[in-house]
Design a protein around this ligand. Structure first.
Ligand SMILES: [Zn+2]
Ligand SMILES: [Zn+2]
Length: 402
């Protein structure tokens, strides 16, 4: 529909033909940019950031508003400072244990904060977290015990000595099976009607991935933790290990599984299930984990502190890539899902209600909007509590143009 009157056609979206107010910068229905000035649209879950950014909080915690995101960033910084200080004080074993828990603990606080559990019993979600933890211990012990029983397959490979089994088991076979194990909990949860949204699938994937990463770290390093080492001589050796364990490894595991689990949930209402696209994302997660583990193993062959630092840099590259990948997937899902809803011309269950406000820029939202017309933030990327507080349970099929 094109409106011949230039005053009203100013707000008409070229992508979905929705009539927006003339001052709107973004389309309320599909999130598309309306003016030339805002052509490069930002990340739909945090519009002041670009999609191609390494911002961790708005990637794995898309429900966080601009204000609460600052709190989570601070929590991550404090969390990572604890093991780093512990290493500097000569307590690497303590550092290792605390490092493993930084991301899972902050993430579970976030889940409480945004009240993702809603009316569902907390034990349902905690059960899925526990399942990931138990599978991580059982499977890690299994492959490590088998590997240690193999003659000549030293786990702690000496510098420069490549052993085929010591490479294949932890770097190729274990990651492939681990991806399947990490997805069991998220898939069971995302199949429940209360959690069938794409954002739920993504969140359960991340929580399962970071839990598995933490428990695997503790299992693999159990000897170091059980008989604590201390001393200042190994600070340079331990710092790259701690940065990897506390930050990079949980990012890689969490994002890779989050992407796959989001695909299981799919764009629309209800979950998509075991589609070809989901299988593709699962394979992608396997490749990411293999690249991560194989890179650490191969750089470890360089030996000593050099190997550890190069390994940490490699882990940072993989973590950065997987963060941008998850942001791209989420951006596409939020915009594509809105375009689908706009095409159906019905109101979706994520739309804004009466007297509703944007969680990011605090400007009023149009009724039945999926995006803020001022900043372009996705209404879908906000907590269910906020959504419910303004729920209008729409009685008519009026669009955002009302
Ligand atoms: Zn539009
Ligand atoms: Zn806004």
């Amino acid at each position: 529909m094109t409106d011949p009157n230039p005053e009203t056609s100013a707000g008409t979206c070229s992508a979905c033909s929705t009539q927006n107010p003339a001052a709107a910068r973004f389309c309320a229905a599909c999130g598309g940019s309306l003016s030339e000035r805002s052509s490069g649209r930002g990340y739909a879950a945090a519009p002041n950031e670009s999609v191609a950014s390494f911002a961790l909080v708005s990637t794995v915690m898309p429900y966080a508003s601009a204000r609460s995101a600052r709190t989570y960033k601070l929590a991550f910084l404090i969390g990572i400072a604890i093991p780093v200080v512990a290493v500097l004080l000569g307590q690497p074993s303590f550092a290792l244990v605390t490092a493993a828990f930084v991301v899972p603990v902050v993430f579970i606080l976030y889940l409480y904060d945004v009240n993702l559990w809603e009316d569902q019993p907390v034990r349902v979600v905690l059960g899925a977290v526990a399942l990931s933890a138990v599978l991580a211990i059982a499977f890690t012990l299994l492959w490590r015990t088998w590997l240690q029983s193999q003659p000549g397959a030293l786990l702690e490979t000496a510098a420069g000595r490549f052993n085929l089994w010591a490479f294949l088991i932890p770097c190729v076979i274990a990651p492939v099976i681990a991806v399947i194990l990490m997805l069991i909990g998220p898939v069971l949860l995302a199949s429940r009607p209360a959690f069938d949204d794409l954002m739920d699938g993504l969140t359960f994937g991340v929580v399962s991935g970071v839990t598995y990463a933490a428990v695997q770290t503790l299992t693999v390093n159990w000897e170091v933790i059980a008989s604590p080492v201390s001393g200042f001589d190994a600070v340079a050796t331990w710092l790259p290990v701690i940065v990897n364990v506390a930050l990079l490894k949980p990012i890689v595991f969490g994002c890779a599984i989050g992407i796959a689990a989001a695909e299981f949930s799919g764009l629309g209402e209800g979950y998509d299930g075991f589609t070809g696209r989901f299988v593709g994302r699962v394979l992608e997660a396997m490749v990411v984990l293999i690249l991560f583990e194989a890179g650490l193993y191969l750089t470890g062959l360089l030996g000593g502190t050099t190997g550890l630092i190069v390994g940490m840099l490699w882990a940072a590259v993989v973590a950065g890539a997987v963060i941008v990948r998850l942001r791209t997937v989420l951006q596409h899902a939020l915009l594509e899902g809105a375009l689908e809803a706009a095409a159906r011309e019905g109101s979706s269950k994520w739309s804004s209600g009466e007297d509703d406000f944007c969680a990011d820029c605090e400007m009023p939202l149009l009724v039945d909007a999926l995006f803020c017309v001022s900043c372009g933030a996705s209404v879908r990327a906000r907590t269910k509590d906020l959504r419910r507080a303004h729920s209008s349970t729409p009685t008519s099929g009026e669009g955002a143009s009302a």
